[in-house]
Write a protein that binds this ligand. Structure first.
Ligand code: BTN
Length: 245
């Protein structure tokens, strides 16, 4: 369903009360050459990074996928910066203490409140980046189940935010990073300032199961995590990070 919001936000928006996954819908729109935003109140097969499910009861989470054209040269950097866009959007709505965990989680009080998924779609006309964002807005702790040990929602942390207002703010921040290089630099600097990862001993596990341990020393300009390990410096481009201390 096309949404009246489209006019208000100056972007083509498709709103679904219920859909399998906004990310899958946005990917097929990207394949068909469109540039737009897909939003849903509920997903029946939402998914996160590393093939994990992304679950949220109807109406409790901000669930949205943006299609940006063309595909940028550094899609994983955009995923990192999108985490900052979420943190900044929260800040503008009075939630000032959001931090980012490499590569693209947003945390409140050390627990995950939002996640970003970046998919590259290639095509002869320059391709597209599909950026999916899920933000836990209204969930009560009981609705998070076992995840409550490591995840939270804005409501649990005492913030009563409107999903639509949050969507508009996130969209405005994403516009900045897609718009100009200087903004991207500023967002990356802000990632470093808001980082929950830098300065910690971490273990990074890649999709093939290999693990690397070291001190998270820096985030490079391309978004790579720079680790000091027992065998020297390592640049990590993708993986799952566990903070050891
Ligand atoms: C993560 O694992 O942290 C990324 C989570 C991304 C979830 C969002 S919700 C909207 C969009 N649709 C999906 O199926 N996934 C992303």
């Amino acid at each position: 369903m096309r949404s009246a919001l489209s006019t208000e936000m100056g972007r083509a928006i498709e709103h679904h009360v219920r859909i399998a996954s906004t990310q899958e819908r946005a990917r097929s729109l990207a394949d068909a050459g469109h540039e737009m935003l897909v939003v849903a109140d509920e997903q029946t097969a939402g998914h996160g990074r590393h093939g994990r499910p992304w679950l949220a009861p109807a109406g409790t989470a901000l669930l949205a996928s943006w299609v940006f054209r063309p595909l940028p040269a550094d899609p994983s950097l955009f995923a990192l910066l999108a985490g900052v866009a979420v943190a900044r959007a929260l800040g503008r709505l009075g939630v000032s203490d959001a931090r980012v965990k490499w590569p693209n989680d947003v945390q409140l009080v050390g627990k995950k409140v939002a996640g970003v998924l970046a998919d590259a779609v290639t095509s002869a006309d320059g391709g597209a980046l599909v950026l999916g964002i899920g933000i836990n807005v209204h969930q009560a702790a009981a609705q998070l189940g076992d995840l409550a040990a490591t995840a939270t929602s804005l409501a649990i942390e005492g913030h009563a935010l409107d999903r639509l207002a949050l969507l508009a703010r996130v969209d405005a921040e994403l516009r900045r990073i897609t718009g100009d290089v200087d903004a991207r630099r500023a967002f990356l600097d802000e990632w470093r300032t808001r980082s929950a990862t830098l300065g910690h001993e971490v273990e990074v596990r890649s999709s093939d199961g290999a693990a690397v341990r070291g001190l998270a020393r820096a985030v490079a300009d391309d978004g790579a995590l720079v680790l000091s390990t027992a065998s020297g410096e390592r640049r990590i481009l993708a993986g799952e990070v566990a903070h050891l201390r």
